[in-house]
Design a protein around this ligand. Structure first.
Ligand SMILES: *Cc1c(COP(=O)(O)O)cnc(C)c1O
Length: 395
């Protein structure tokens, strides 16, 4: 390194015209920004679909066993991947642990998308697909759901072209709560053998249908399906950032090459190893979600608030033009809910996460009070705009 480049204290600074305005890649410039409304999330967290309680008690025990020296060692992902693979009935080579599903989406896009490739998914859905596919310079092909918000299966099939490289299927979908069936997933995978099918099963536990079992290596195992799962939702580890990708070894080899070797930290690895086998805890939490969801749906029906059927731990409702006022009313009652109005086709819609029974009670009480507080009327709800938007706007 040249010592001449070092500026001595007191030496004149370089003239400002020396600096060039450095630009990122065109794809990054074109990307929309994601602004999660995270500032000051104090209140009951019914806004982000995380577990609202705690992970399995086994996590605390495992964390207690971590030594100070343990913090000094680079994390080893492999042994925990083997444990997770066994839990899923897969071979260790079929599983890659990731820094939550956000990173899983990034790795899949980074691995498979060339500039100009088509990335196909239904909207409204998870905004991270847009961000990561656009960042690779891919062409986004978004298929707008109609006002039932059901998965637009036929139109998804029709949107497959020879340039389709990645198809993302989210089941249950966020924020609609709709599902894509196993049969539909397999039909899409067969209709696009030249494309990678990423099935985002972030909310799998709340519904149970999965293609994970179909990944077991055998004569008829699909060679183009990847499944993503997260530990942020049912498992309650959102803060530790851990998720996984599973699929055929052929695809996993490419993904592993594209991932950083130390992407999942040791605290997260210890927590995953501890809680993955605690099915008793997961069964309990899922049961709480099913009961809570039914109570919320019933309350909304009684108040004549339109809503969509959900297969996940949240309910999407239609408040109408005064959605912002409603969300603020909820916040003054210490309940955080998520305004989804900026999503394509969801003008006036708000999403409410299901919590434990007492949290559900507080949520329903606040709903009643907030709607009464703004003198909300069922008649003010108008049908959402479902015309496909070329460039949807997001918050
Ligand atoms: C919450 C969520 C995830 C999980 O995100 P993490 O990065 O794993 O916390 C993935 N996909 C969808 C659709 C989600 O709603």
């Amino acid at each position: 390194m040249s010592t001449e480049a070092v500026t001595e204290p007191g030496a004149p600074r370089l003239a400002s015209e020396t600096w060039v305005d450095i630009q990122p890649r065109r794809a990054i410039l074109a990307m929309p920004e994601y602004h999660p409304p995270l500032a000051g999330r104090n209140g009951l967290r019914l806004d982000f679909n995380e577990n609202t309680h705690a992970p399995s008690p086994r996590v605390r025990e495992a964390l207690g066993r971590i030594t100070l020296e343990g913090f000094t060692i680079y994390p080893e992902r492999g042994p925990v991947e083997a444990v997770v693979a066994q839990h899923l009935g897969l071979k260790p080579e079929q599983v890659l642990l990731t820094n939550a599903v956000d990173e899983a989406i990034h790795i899949v896009c980074f691995t498979f998308l060339e500039e100009g490739d088509e990335c196909l998914f239904a909207v409204p859905s998870f905004f991270m697909y847009d961000v990561n596919a656009m960042g690779m310079g891919a062409k986004l092909v978004r298929v707008q759901a109609d006002d039932t918000l059901a998965f637009p299966y036929e139109r998804m099939l029709a949107a497959i072209t020879p340039k389709t490289k990645l198809i993302i299927l989210t089941t249950p979908n966020n924020p609609t709560g709709a599902i894509t069936t196993r049969e539909q997933i397999h039909n899409i995978a067969k209709a696009a053998p030249h494309a990678v099918i990423l099935v985002d099963e972030a909310y799998f536990h709340f519904q149970g249908d999965t293609v994970m079992g179909d990944l077991v290596e055998g004569a008829d195992a699909p060679q183009n399906i990847l499944v993503a799962r997260t530990f942020s939702k049912a498992y309650g580890l959102a803060n530790l950032r851990v998720g996984l990708l599973a699929g055929p070894v052929s695809l996993l080899n490419h993904l592993r090459k594209a991932s950083s070797p130390y992407n999942v930290n040791g605290v997260a690895l210890a927590a995953v190893e501890a809680c993955i086998g605690d099915t008793e805890y997961i069964d309990w939490y899922v049961q709480q979600m099913h009961e809570g969801r039914a109570r919320i749906e019933k309350a909304l029906d009684n108040m004549k608030v339109p809503r969509w059927p959900s297969h996940a731990n949240f309910v999407l409702m239609h408040i109408g033009p005064r959605h912002k006022q409603f969300v603020n009313e909820m916040r003054t009652r210490n309940i955080l809910v998520r305004d989804r109005s900026a999503d394509p086709g969801l003008d006036g819609c708000v999403r409410l996460t299901v919590g434990l029974p007492d949290q559900v009670s507080m949520g329903i009480q606040a709903l009643r009070d907030a709607l009464a507080g703004i003198n909300w009327q069922p008649a003010e709800v108008i049908k959402p705009e479902t015309e496909p938007k070329e460039t949807p706007e997001y918050e």
